[in-house]
Design a protein around this ligand. Structure first.
Ligand code: GDP
Ligand code: IMO
Ligand code: MG
Length: 422
């Protein structure tokens, strides 16, 4: 069986932290979609690590980490990630395997991303500009370059043909994008050389055999359900299936081999980049969440937009993913709020609805809030469920009742140790 860990909101729920916490119980941690648009933060022993492509189990000796076929890899960023790990005495070669079927992000994919965003002007997605959209477009358009291509001698010819085509495409956008391709290519080749030092595998076969041998596997999602290409707030989404089904296609795991589905959410909501966000706050409360929660993008450093927990959206994500257990992150950030609000319905065309309509732009939906009492207690030093303040227990109980799924972990700080199991 393969367990899944998925973000249920607009990303940055704390997936990296929880994967790191759970890795001791698993033999394999596998990423199945997304690419270096992800920024997964782990904190332990006073050090903060941010991973983009490498699975968050990499710091544990017991686990193998797999970058699955559904992931898109930028060799340049990948090399930087590996360089950052150098000082940590990790046997990367024997701990990190890459799927031959994963697609490569070329420097020109990044340029195309920038050109596309510039051409959209105000309607831009707010992409991380890591080339994600153009790379998945080449994948589904059947033009992409894959990791396995690097094992052939002529890979540079393939690269050249694709990069030349991209350059012509950049011209079509008719926007001013400055770049020095020679420089970008030198960096790319260097990245490819580093990537080629790793073991390339047929990851679907590897995962299949591992299951046969009874190994415990955890699939690590990137982004969040509301950024899913099909079910998210399209077009303000990423270009992959971030939901449970993405693990089937992104690793080659059959649907009947999925075990637990661990859904992770923040006790409030954040979003980075453009797009609708019904419970977004523009007042002191939102400012407090951002400041106390240190809500800045782990990949781009952009401030994250903050708002109350949106139960309508969360229910939708629980439903799409078939979540079996929930994990609530950043409860500590809400300490000190006298009153907490929870969006339990939307006002939509004069009616109250409890599902996500086609369009959740603020002119279409108005959140309906339930108010709950807050708690003053600092949670960051707590280690046991019994120590949680009564108002937080009420908040949790209400969520469990609404979502009909148990909340098994309450996270009270960024460190590995600040994790309460219930
Ligand atoms: P990911 O993309 O889902 O892995 O999440 P990010 O790493 O992008 O963002 C989560 C941020 O919240 C990181 O800075 C984490 O260190 C931090 N974090 C995770 N859990 C908690 C928590 O329970 N409390 C607080 N205060 N910070 C947390
Ligand atoms: P993790 O894994 C939060 C957002 C971007 C933008 C949209 C499209 O750290 O949770 P893309 O670069 O994919 O073309 O951007 O999606 N986005 C994320 N937001 N966390 C992420 O990943 C994200 N990855 C992409 O901000 O709005
Ligand atoms: Mg993140």
């Amino acid at each position: 069986m393969v367990d899944l860990l998925l973000g249920l909101q607009w990303g940055d729920e704390g997936k990296g932290k929880i994967v790191d916490v759970l890795t001791k119980d698993y033999d394999i941690i596998a990423r199945f979609q997304g690419g270096p648009n992800a920024g997964h933060t782990l904190e332990f022993d006073g050090i903060k690590h941010v991973l983009h492509t490498i699975p968050s189990g990499i710091f544990h000796k017991n686990a193998i980490n797999v970058v699955g076929n559904g992931v898109v890899i930028d060799p340049v960023i990948f090399k930087k990630e590996l360089d950052n790990l150098e000082k940590f005495d990790i046997d990367i070669i024997s701990k990190l395997f890459i799927s031959r079927k994963a697609h490569l992000i070329l420097p020109t994919h990044r340029l195309l991303d920038a050109a596309s965003e510039a051409a959209k002007g105000k309607a831009k997605i707010g992409s991380t500009l890591k080339g994600i959209g153009p790379t998945y477009m080449d994948k589904t358009g059947r033009n992409g370059m894959r990791v396995g291509d690097l094992e052939f001698e002529n890979w540079k010819e393939k690269y050249r043909a694709l990069a030349d085509k991209h350059e012509a495409m950049i011209g079509f956008y008719n926007v001013d994008i400055q770049y020095d391709l020679t420089e970008l290519e030198a960096e790319f080749y260097e990245g490819v050389a580093t990537l080629k030092q790793l073991k390339f595998i047929d990851s679907e076969e590897y995962i299949f055999k591992a299951q046969d041998e009874g190994k415990k596997i955890l699939a690590e999602g990137a982004q969040g359900s509301l950024l899913d290409i099909d079910f998210g707030t399209y077009p303000f989404v990423t270009s992959s299936n971030t939901t449970a089904a993405g693990a089937c296609t992104g690793l080659g795991v059959a649907p009947n081999k999925i075990g637990r589905v661990l859904g992770i959410f923040k006790a409030y909501t954040t979003r980075v980049g453009s797009g609708p966000f019904p419970t977004e706050l523009f007042d002191n409360d939102g400012e407090t969440m951002g400041r106390v929660g240190n809500e800045f993008g782990a990949t781009t450093g952009r401030p994250r937009r903050c708002g109350w927990l949106d139960l309508v959206a969360l229910k939708y994500a629980v439903q799409i993913n078939g979540v079996t257990e929930l994990m609530m992150m950043k409860g500590d950030v809400l300490s000190g709020f006298k009153t907490l609000k929870l969006c339990t319905a939307y006002k939509y065309k004069g009616e109250e609805i409890q599902h996500l309509p086609y369009n959740i732009e603020s002119e279409n939906v108005t959140p309906v809030y339930k108010e709950m009492k807050g708690w003053a207690k600092d949670l960051t030093q707590l280690t046991k469920a019994e120590e949680l303040p009564p108002a937080l227990n009420d908040y949790i109980a209400f969520l469990e009742e609404q979502l009909n799924v148990p909340i098994k972990i309450v996270s009270v700080g960024p460190d590995r140790t600040q994790t309460i199991h219930r």
